[in-house]
Design a protein around this ligand. Structure first.
Ligand SMILES: C[S@@+](CC[C@H](N)C(=O)[O-])C[C@H]1O[C@@H](n2cnc3c(N)ncnc32)[C@H](O)[C@@H]1O
Length: 271
């Protein structure tokens, strides 16, 4: 069965603003995608002029996500995913990796950007047996996310919550923690939480570049320490090796010793 992509009302009235840079499009630019405007390219280049390492961070983060999804499907037997802060479709999105391994996998993406929604409508084709749906919602509204996602996902069954480079957009740490708690609280035992986020305390140049970006008028993104990121997993069982630089989370067998990048991530199971 192929479920229709969810396109709720509010998105129809939103316009894509190409006059200010946007996180999803800049991220897409750094990942080598084509879904961005000159204003995003300019902001992305201004950032890399100060801190070229952001491109390695973006790509290491994408590789972490792929290894997480692979673990979840192949080793943990998960076939339902709730991925909040989808981003623009680039190679190896959650649904491509998961449904490539298990076509029956069901995925719900959530984002609040109209351009992401427009692309989701066109590009998020589902495998026949599974489903890929999209919700236009804000991460700060977990109740709305859960209500809409329940149309596609069965919350009686283990589900993986994916929060990849989204919690930094929630500036208030306590609010970010309570969003994670609320979303995980709705999932049954045997569910998983995957988080990765840009981190503070590794590279001062990254922090300077991020501070300048946050003051540029773009939606701010808060870098957190590895300890703060680890605390998001409180009450859950971290899968080895715990919360580490994303490049060091279960690197592929035979890959050269990965460079530490200023982005931390982990995966944990709800008992
Ligand atoms: C840096 S991108 C990360 C994309 C993808 N998850 C990844 O890791 O490659 C951040 C995404 O979060 C979305 N986003 C930002 N603020 C949001 C909010 N308040 N609610 C929902 N999505 C948001 C952006 O539109 C963008 O798609």
């Amino acid at each position: 069965m192929t479920d229709p992509v969810t396109t709720p009302e509010p998105a129809k009235h939103q316009k894509i603003d190409t006059s200010v840079p946007h996180s999803a499009r800049i991220w897409n630019y750094w990942l080598g995608g084509k879904d961005n405007y000159p204003v995003d390219e300019e902001a992305g280049d201004a950032y890399t002029a100060v801190f070229p390492g952001i491109v390695t961070i973006a790509r290491s983060s994408r590789a972490f996500l792929r290894r997480n999804i692979t673990y979840l499907v192949s080793e943990a037997g998960i076939w339902q995913f709730l991925d909040v802060g989808t981003g623009l479709p680039t190679a190896q999105n959650t649904h491509e990796v998961a449904q490539g391994l298990a076509p029956e996998t069901r995925i719900v993406y959530v984002d609040n950007d109209p351009m992401v929604l427009a692309h989701a409508r066109v590009l998020l084709h589902s495998a026949h047996e599974g489903a890929t749906a999209y919700i236009d919602a804000d991460v700060t509204d977990p109740d709305r996310i859960l209500a809409a996602a329940a149309e596609t996902l069965d919350f009686e069954r283990p589900t993986a919550l994916i929060l990849s480079n989204i919690l930094g957009h929630v500036a208030d740490y306590d609010q970010a923690r309570s969003i994670v708690t609320r979303l995980m609280g709705a999932l049954p035992s045997g569910s998983y939480l995957s988080i990765n986020d840009g981190s503070r305390g590794i590279d001062p140049v990254f922090e300077q570049a991020q501070d300048a970006y946050n003051n540029s008028g773009a939606a701010p993104y808060i870098l957190r320490t590895a300890d703060e990121i680890t605390t998001f997993f409180d009450g859950l069982e971290l899968i080895e090796p715990g919360v580490v630089s994303v490049s060091q989370w279960r690197p592929e067998h035979g890959s050269p010793s990965p460079e530490v990048v200023a982005e931390h991530g982990g995966l944990a199971r709800k008992a």
